[in-house]
Design a protein around this ligand. Structure first.
Ligand code: NAD
Ligand code: UDP
Length: 341
């Protein structure tokens, strides 16, 4: 059985589904601070059976000890965390408490229970303002420019230390680039509870008339059209990276770092144009100053994951955007039906 912390969230829910599709038993632990219980129903519908679900906090050591005692957990995928960069600047202690404290408590409970296989949701943010592209895993981790990035780097460092202290640990640090899109069924996707910070969730709300215009942060970057370039990866590809990592960890010990990206970057304006093409919906833009802390470019060298995990991202940008738009339209329809009743 695989325990997924944060498994009701955007990434964790897709990981849960992928694992269940591979006949794994899944137990989700989530405090629902940024997700809804309905995500569990959606996973169940798509998987044809229910994952285990416990509402609770990953910082609750007693709860973790109980879960690891009562369920036959073989490995943990640790997705629980807070992820809003801007918010982390204003509430650094909440971010360190949740992201670092949660990881620390989880590692302690796992060690005590004798569960030593761990996959961690890390981020390309840990590379900081790396100037050579593409970014491979041996690039130095930079000085993340915000508490969110710092909390991911600190959690990584905790995991590196525990792995070097005890050879029984087998840990995968997955450095995600920019996950977007939704399950192709349109039943599972990102459902931000508050105003979104990330590009695509915001764009989707503009496209569906919930917001007036998409702000484009920075038009003077040293890129072909002046806007920031990122490596957008389909959420299903990303989720499959986790199943491959878990499989590989069966034969590997210590800490293993893998970039999960496509190896190709797109600018903000390229992404907007591609969205307009696949959806047929024009997106009003508001050109703004650079967002503090943003880097110019960031895209992955995904070769290490290809070599060691036999994994590669397969979906095109157009598919990511079409799937995201299908999910957004389905959600709106559900809201209308609920309001009408
Ligand atoms: P999300 O907010 O949709 O999911 C995180 C889930 O964790 C939520 O369901 C939330 O309720 C839960 N959670 C948070 N704190 C918790 C706690 N203390 N105990 C139990 N549950 C808790 O975010 P996501 O996009 O699915 O991200 C998952 C992980 O991947 C996060 O750790 C995030 O930092 C990391 N990550 C995300 C991105 C991205 O762009 N989405 C990029 C890089 C890394
Ligand atoms: N971005 C933007 N408008 C928005 C949100 C983001 O122009 O409303 C830009 C941002 O400056 C960056 C890219 O889109 O160049 C991706 O940002 P996102 O927050 O999605 O991911 P990040 O790479 O910052 O984690």
């Amino acid at each position: 059985m695989i325990l997924i912390t944060g498994g009701a969230g955007y990434i964790g829910a897709h990981v849960a589904l992928e694992l269940m599709n591979k006949d794994e038993d899944v137990l989700i632990l989530d405090n629902l601070c940024n997700s809804q219980r309905s995500a569990i129903d959606r996973i169940s519908t798509l998987a044809g059976r229910r994952p285990g679900f416990v509402q609770g906090d990953v910082r609750n050591r007693h709860l973790l000890d109980t879960l690891l005692r009562d369920y036959p957990v073989d490995a943990v995928v640790h997705c629980a965390g807070l992820k809003a960069v801007g918010e982390s600047v204003h509430e650094p202690l909440r971010y360190y408490d949740n992201n670092v404290g949660g990881s620390l408590t989880l590692c302690q409970a796992m060690a005590q229970a004798g569960v030593f296989t761990l996959v961690f949701s890390s981020s390309a943010t840990v590379y900081g303002d790396c100037t050579t592209m593409p970014i491979n895993e041996s690039c130095a981790t930079g000085q993340p420019t915000n508490p969110y990035g710092m909390s991911k780097l600190m959690a990584e460092n905790i995991m590196k230390s525990v792995a070097s202290s005890d050879p029984r640990w087998s840990i995968g640090l997955l450095r995600y680039f920019n996950p977007i899109g939704a399950h192709p069924s349109g039943l599972l996707g990102e459902a931000p509870l508050n105003q979104p910070n990330n590009l695509l969730p915001y764009l989707l709300q503009v496209a569906s008339g919930q917001r007036e215009a998409l702000s484009v942060f920075g038009t003077d970057y040293a890129t072909p059209d002046g806007t920031g370039v990122r490596d957008y990866i389909h959420i299903v590809d990303l989720a499959q990276g986790h199943t491959c990592a878990l499989e590989a960890l069966g034969q590997r010990s210590g800490v293993n770092i893998w970039n999960l990206g496509t190896g190709r970057g797109y600018s903000v304006l390229e992404l907007v144009s591609a969205f307009e093409r696949v959806s047929g919906v024009p997106i009003p833009l508001a050109f703004k100053a650079r967002r503090p802390g943003d880097v110019t470019c960031c895209w992955a060298d995904p070769q290490k994951a290809a070599d060691e995990l036999a994994w590669r991202a397969r979906h095109s940008l157009e598919t990511m955007l079409a799937d995201a738009w299908r999910w957004q339209c389905n959600q709106l329809q559900t809201e209308w039906v609920q309001q009408a009743n």
